[in-house]
Design a protein around this ligand. Structure first.
Ligand SMILES: *Cc1c(COP(=O)(O)O)cnc(C)c1O
Length: 814
């Protein structure tokens, strides 16, 4: 955008104080992420939860000279636009801006896949059209208008996500943004807490397409198909999805990995090489094909574009570097938008100095003079200490960069120059187009603590989830327990992956764990099993759903709910005591419970209990009794409530051993990691986690010589020992030292000798062919995690949750 303050005031019917001719090209609303103060006005957004007013002083300090505010401030050197309602201001301005642009527009809504599809469309189309898109997942009542304001004269195509969280929001969104092309992605149960039914949710989402000419929709959901055809029978409706009655679908066997995927687009068929074949990815690919066809790309172009799609990396990676540097790595894509996002990101780090490593920007439609003058302007405002330009094109504009600037033709030349050796105690932003392979620089800068890793295979987790799902009815929901850092595997990484694969619910133990997930962008409903009293306000603020297990907790939570000014029926989960004797309501409390519930502004989202011994065949009678109590008490509760919440009681071994009692949802934990005490089930699961390190040193030991502290091992004959850099501080219990436990080398077991030290241990490698630097398996596959837990005289759960946070977790996908 590019308006004077006066024009903005006219459009939005606001009042100006100060210089009305001042130009405004950006509107900032978050004081932390202001990356540029030039031509930027700060909008103090007031919502129920937060008031932007209190940040005004802070942004003025940062150099902002124009503010948009509901309440005039006393400062004559600042230009002010005074508005009655900050959110409506933004919407009115965005509506005007959108309606006065003449771009072709795609509007994406749905429950899952909006951001992925937006990014994919952008990657596929930005070479064909000058394209603008929503940054990150800006799709709310505030995010959408801010996204639309990015539209410039040069843009030919806009791709915007539109989200809603409550009834009646879509009408407001559609009033601001009316896309020509509509795309309705997968409808799931996420976000549905505020809607009374799936139908209501779908009806609401469909309102976005009121003025669309053509709508692509996923019709694997029958209700969507029915409703869209009722409402929009006169529009051009195109269905896509995996069921074979869709206009766009797949006609080959997706499980046959030798074959390419064969896509049917109306009467036409063509094949595509696609490796990732989960349902969500394939469905999204079909939507993508529909829109690319609509925008007149040829089959050959579509094939090339899809081939070039890389998994969407939404977040920038931050890595601890050598010499106390912090490396922010984004070698995934490079355009102006992602550069701005990266600048916002590094602004949040507190290091005295910062440097930038930046390559040529490829695939831009702008002419290079304009492009690099814009880039250098943005970069100059960041006040980097040093700027390293890699690539012949960007290097030719080096004079426009104000910092100490160095130029290189390519990444190797940069590495050979050894300039990076001078960087210390800095934030170093690596931003490069893929072609430049600047990840090589990352590898040099990365601090390697030691080579010990916990390797987590996400595909195996998905396989294990799908295996458990295959035992259940298709409509049974699944909650994934990600408490205790997802059993030590990494709560965000696992949750993000599961959210991508449409898990219905996530379960955490404490509110903090849920807050962390929300802050990182997890939107799936989250249940908090043990919400502590001090955390009720963050439970509500972050839209987490508490487990309520006693009248005391119910009362306290309700008090907080009233204090928070909550309007809608707040989702809670009722835990019943059925024999575990840990937490929960007993049968004699149910009458009082329902009386209270019915008088409060809450909605019982689910009723549940927990089995104490579902993995023990010898406790079958006890377990059946627990199930009986649950059936009885939950039915009574439903009768008294007058509506039917979700019911769930099965954990992982419950799913396999008591499948008939699945009710409407199950809670998977250890099973998704691939562990179970049932040997028949075990054969069908895949290991998803392995703990590995490498040999630091190998020594020859003579008869009678001792190894380690207190001389607990003395060699009875000449032997060879290896030292490995893992000790009890990494989570290996000391009790498995001295020949209790074994470590795997080349798939052979080697006994641990001597006491385990804090950071190291020694193993006898006389019988194997090992050398320094060789890889060593602490567990999975030989020994297995289960065998390792036996050495430790405990269960797999405790082994996993004991692995120290200092062990680097790495995640692999096919
Ligand atoms: C941890 C937990 C689970 C998952 O148990 P697994 O045995 O790992 O499947 C299920 N429900 C509740 C309430 C839990 O706390």
């Amino acid at each position: 955008m590019n308006y004077t303050a006066k024009e903005i005031a006219q459009i939005t019917n606001s009042k100006i104080i100060g210089n009305s001719e001042i130009k405004i090209k950006n509107i900032a609303f978050d004081s932390r992420t202001i990356y540029s103060t030039r031509h930027t006005a700060f909008l103090a957004i007031n919502t129920k939860k937060n008031s932007g007013q209190k940040y005004i002083e802070n942004v003025i300090e940062k150099g902002i000279d124009t503010i948009i505010t509901e309440h005039q401030i006393d400062n004559s050197s600042i230009n002010q636009i005074i508005t009655k309602n900050s959110v409506e201001f933004l919407q009115t301005l965005a509506k005007y801006h959108f309606e006065h642009s003449d771009i072709n527009s795609i509007g994406i809504t749905g429950s899952n896949g909006k951001t992925i599809l937006k990014e994919w469309l952008y990657q596929c189309l930005s070479n064909e059209y000058v394209t603008v898109k929503s940054p990150k997942s800006f799709n709310s009542q505030i995010g959408l208008p801010l996204s639309l304001l990015q539209i410039d004269r040069k843009h030919e195509l806009g791709i915007f996500e539109v989200g809603i969280s409550k009834p009646d929001e879509m009408e407001k969104q559609e009033n601001v943004f009316h896309p020509k092309i509509g795309l309705l992605t997968h409808i799931g149960t996420a976000h549905s807490a505020n809607f009374s039914s799936e139908e209501e949710l779908i009806q609401e989402k469909l309102k976005l397409f009121k003025h669309s000419e053509i709508i692509f929709y996923n019709s694997d959901n029958e209700l969507t198909h029915k409703l869209i055809n009722q409402l929009y029978s006169s529009k051009n409706l195109i269905s896509y999805g995996l069921k074979n009655n869709n206009d766009i679908t797949i006609v080959s066997d997706v499980n046959d990995r030798i074959q390419d995927i064969k896509v049917k687009y109306f009467e036409e068929e063509f094949s595509l090489p696609i490796n990732q074949r989960d349902e969500a990815t394939l469905t999204n690919v079909l939507a993508l094909i529909g829109i690319l066809k609509e925008l007149k790309l040829s089959n050959l172009q579509i094939k090339e574009k899809i081939d070039a799609l890389k998994a969407i990396e939404m977040r920038l990676e931050s890595i601890e570097g050598i010499r106390n540097n912090l490396i922010i790595n984004d070698s995934y894509n490079l355009d102006l938008d992602s550069l701005k996002i990266a600048f916002q990101f590094i602004g949040e780090y507190n290091k005295p100095k910062k440097s930038l490593i930046l390559t040529d920007i490829l695939d831009s439609n702008e002419n290079s003079e304009e492009l690099y003058s814009e880039v250098s302007e943005l970069v100059n405002e960041q006040k980097f200490d040093k700027v390293f330009l890699i690539g012949e094109e960007i290097s030719s504009f080096y004079k426009q960069f104000n910092s100490e600037t160095y130029t290189f033709n390519n990444t190797n030349q940069f590495i050979d120059s050894k300039v990076i050796n001078d960087l210390e105690n800095q934030v170093i932003l690596l931003k490069g187009a893929r072609k430049f392979e600047i990840e090589k620089i990352k590898e040099i800068l990365e601090l390697r603590k030691h080579d010990t890793v916990l390797e987590i295979n996400l595909n195996a987790i998905l396989h294990n989830i799908n295996f458990h799902k295959s035992l259940l009815k298709p409509e049974t929901k699944m909650m994934a327990m990600v408490k205790a850092n997802a059993y030590g595997l990494g709560s965000y990484e696992i949750s993000e992956f599961l959210q991508h694969h449409h898990i219905d619910y996530l379960g955490v133990a404490f509110a903090d764990e849920g807050v962390e997930l929300r802050k990182k962008g997890i939107t799936t409903p989250i249940i908090v099993m043990n919400p502590e009293q001090h955390s009720y306000d963050s439970v509500i603020e972050y839209n987490l759903e508490p487990e309520i297990y006693s009248l005391r907790v119910l009362e306290l939570f309700n008090e907080q709910l009233i204090k928070s000014g909550n309007q809608l029926k707040y989702p809670i989960h009722i835990k019943l005591e059925t024999g575990m004797h840990r937490l929960g309501f007993k049968d004699f409390e149910l009458d009082e419970l329902t009386e209270k519930l019915n008088a409060m502004n809450v909605k019982v989202q689910s009723i549940f209990s927990h089995l104490s011994s579902s993995d023990m065949p010898e406790e079958k009678e006890f377990t059946l009794n627990q199930l009986k109590t649950f059936e009885k008490n939950s039915s009574y509760l439903i009768y008294k409530l007058g509506y039917e919440p979700i019911r769930h009681i099965l954990n992982s071994s419950g799913i396999t051993n008591y499948t008939d009692y699945q009710y409407n949802m199950v809670r998977i934990g250890i099973g998704m990691i691939g562990e179970t005490s049932n040997p028949e089930i075990k054969k069908q699961l895949q290991h998803s986690v392995s703990f590995k390190t490498v040999i630091s040193q190998i020594s020859d030991i003579k008869t009678g010589e001792s190894v380690g502290y207190s001389r607990r091992f003395k060699a009875e004959e000449d032997t060879k020992i290896a030292t490995i850099p893992v000790g009890y501080a990494d989570g290996i219990p000391r009790l498995i030292g001295n020949k209790v436990g074994n470590i795997g080398i080349n798939n052979q077991l080697c006994p641990i000798v001597g006491s385990i030290c804090m950071d190291m241990m020694m193993i006898d490698v006389d019988n194997v062919n090992a050398k320094e630097g060789d890889s060593v398996t602490i567990f999975n596959s030989n020994p297995s995690l289960e065998e390792f837990a036996k050495y430790c005289d405990t269960i797999t759960y405790e082994v996993l949750t004991s692995i120290s946070p200092r062990v680097k977790r790495i995640y692999i996908k096919n």
